[in-house]
Design a protein around this ligand. Structure first.
Ligand SMILES: Nc1ncnc2c1ncn2[C@@H]1O[C@H](COP(=O)(O)OP(=O)(O)OP(=O)(O)O)[C@@H](O)[C@H]1O
Ligand SMILES: [Mg+2]
Length: 257
């Protein structure tokens, strides 16, 4: 069974930054198989991890839908789908990456979608850790059928509106009956620790607070230069804060969770 970490939250609140730091932390600290899933249709986790995903699950689905009649001779549909999906997997040193791309459109080709889901479940099951960088709408999460999420970090900027959005995401996840064992708030880009009023709002609504990530020029500089956030130096306050949160919330051989 893989241990699944999901990152959700309002746009621009540091989900991809958190995800990229998580992937490199897991690679360094566990030595286990790690899969990064870019579940944001406006994908950019690949860049944050210093790589490129040329194909997405979505683009392959579209290709298949258009070419379902051109199945190579002697090949079953299932084998063909698996072969094509394999092309969406980017293999890097220490981790693999898959980009979901655009979600299924309204013209549902159910047969294909079922193969896709089953295959994705099998694929993610092959890894010890899965890190999913989500979009605020949680489109992809709500489509995951069998596998659960061990911990979902909900990111927020240091604002009342941000924390209220985080609460709505928590409530939506509950409403959709998503299989998520634990949800916790991460307030990013704080200037002087976690503001008291934001702490009170989260506590008053029974949302666990995982921690706060300081506003960090290193992150900005790296993004500006297009450098991988997974390579942030150990001196980066944001990296340190994220790693502390991970150490306290993620189950590894050496504790946490
Ligand atoms: N701790 C931080 N300190 C300073 N800047 C940060 C920090 N975290 C993120 N940023 C900046 O905020 C912006 C958004 O970060 P990021 O892409 O990680 O957020 P996101 O939630 O994934 O956004 P989106 O919703 O667009 O996918 C980036 O320009 C990044 O450089
Ligand atoms: Mg992002």
């Amino acid at each position: 069974m893989s241990y699944v970490i999901a990152v959700a939250g309002k746009g621009g609140t540091g989900k991809t930054t958190f995800s990229a730091i998580s992937v490199s932390w897991l690679v360094r600290n566990t030595g286990k198989a790690v899969l990064a899933v870019d579940a944001d249709s406006n994908a950019n986790l690949d860049l944050a991890l210093g790589t490129r995903a040329e194909k997405t699950i979505g683009s392959i689905r579209e290709y298949l839908t258009d070419n379902i009649k051109n199945l190579p001779a002697g090949m079953s549909k299932e084998t063909w789908v698996e072969m094509l999906l394999q092309q969406a997997l980017v293999e890097e040193k220490g981790f693999d990456l898959v980009s979901m791309g655009r979600p299924e459109g309204p013209g549902c080709y159910c047969y294909l979608n079922n193969i896709f889901r089953r295959y994705l479940d099998i694929m993610t099951g092959n890894y010890d850790y899965v890190v999913m960088d989500n979009e605020a709408g949680m489109e992809h999460l709500s489509r995951r059928t069998t596998t659960g999420v061990n911990v979902m970090f909900i990111s927020s900027d240091p604002s009342v509106r941000g924390v209220e959005t985080a609460l709505r995401i928590r409530d939506l996840a509950r409403e959709l009956k998503l299989n998520i064992a634990r949800m916790a708030l991460v307030v990013t880009r704080v200037r002087n620790g976690l503001p008291d009023n934001l702490r009170s709002i989260a506590e008053g609504a029974n949302l666990e607070i995982a921690g706060a990530v300081p506003d960090d020029d290193t992150v900005r500089d790296y993004d500006e230069a297009g450098k991988a956030l997974s390579e942030l130096p150990e001196s980066s306050p944001a990296r340190r804060a994220v790693e502390e949160i991970l150490a306290a919330h993620v189950k590894t051989g050496s504790g946490g969770g």
